[in-house]
Design a protein around this ligand. Structure first.
Ligand code: PGA
Length: 253
């Protein structure tokens, strides 16, 4: 399968930003963007805004994503939200293993694997984040790190699940720093990740979408998205402004 046969996905990760009213207004503005017929768009508001944003997006092509989930469907897990609950509120996608979760909230390869399986088995599309820190890149172990992070998930998945999941390559040193990976370096990492998935299941890996994340902006999106193994973007800061996010969406086609 070629690059152009995979539908690009542009995902906006709003992180811990926006009140209820601001979230709804931003979602409405994103829904007003002229989205190409072959491009998928999702936004990930804070949990407290999911329900209101879901209402605002009814009848629009923009999908809804959670920023995290717990792998158990329910139980005594104070503060957590499960896959069936995200489905219930109208989510189609969920971000898993974001580097901020790994760095500040004790997310491990094992919890990322459990969460990914829970999402897939509830019919949510997981957006599984992997990425190396600056020290790891400078230490020459980028591929070792992202290969380990991805294998932890792939080793537990069926081929159909590999095809259904979305992987996001997000070099930690590029997140929120204004430092984007060079498109050629990003392409190398993406090709490596797809190859890793190909080892598990060749045909499924051709269908897996691999997004780039880390300081994606309106003026660098087109070049990144033109790379053969970059199938979309996971956008943080630039997704908080509908005009800018709209330009990134249009760069996808
Ligand atoms: P950024 O964040 O676009 O602000 O760098 C990306 C992300 O954390 O997903």
């Amino acid at each position: 399968m070629t690059h152009s046969a995979r539908r690009p996905l542009i995902a906006g990760n709003w992180k811990m930003h926006n009140s209820l009213a601001e979230s709804v207004a931003l979602a409405r503005a994103v829904a007003d963007v002229r989205i190409g017929p072959r491009t998928d768009v999702v936004v990930a508001p804070v949990f407290t805004a999911l329900s209101a944003v879901a209402q605002a997006l009814v009848g629009t092509p923009v999908g809804l994503a959670g920023q995290d989930l717990h792998w158990e469907p329910k139980g005594a897990f104070t503060g957590a939200i499960s896959a069936p609950m995200l489905k219930d509120v109208g989510c189609s996608h969920v971000i898993i293993g974001h580097s901020e979760r790994r760095q500040y909230f004790g997310e491990t390869d094992e919890s990322v694997r459990n969460k990914t399986l829970a999402a897939l088995r509830s019919g949510l599309t997981p957006i599984v984040c992997v990425g190396e820190t600056l020290a790891e890149r400078e230490g020459g172990i980028t591929f070792e790190v992202i290969g380990r992070q991805l294998d932890a998930v792939l080793n537990a998945c069926e081929s159909s699940e590999i095809a259904a999941m979305v992987i996001a390559y997000e070099p930690v040193w590029a997140i929120g720093t204004g430092r984007t990976a060079k498109s050629s370096d990003a392409q190398l990492a993406h090709a490596f990740l797809r190859d890793r998935a190909r080892h598990k299941h060749a045909e499924a890996a051709d269908r897996t979408r691999v997004l780039y994340g880390g300081s994606v902006k309106a003026d660098n999106a087109a070049e990144l998205l033109a790379q053969p193994d970059i199938d979309g973007a996971l956008v943080g800061g630039a997704s908080l402004d509908a005009e800018t996010f709209g330009r990134i969406i249009r760069a996808a086609g």
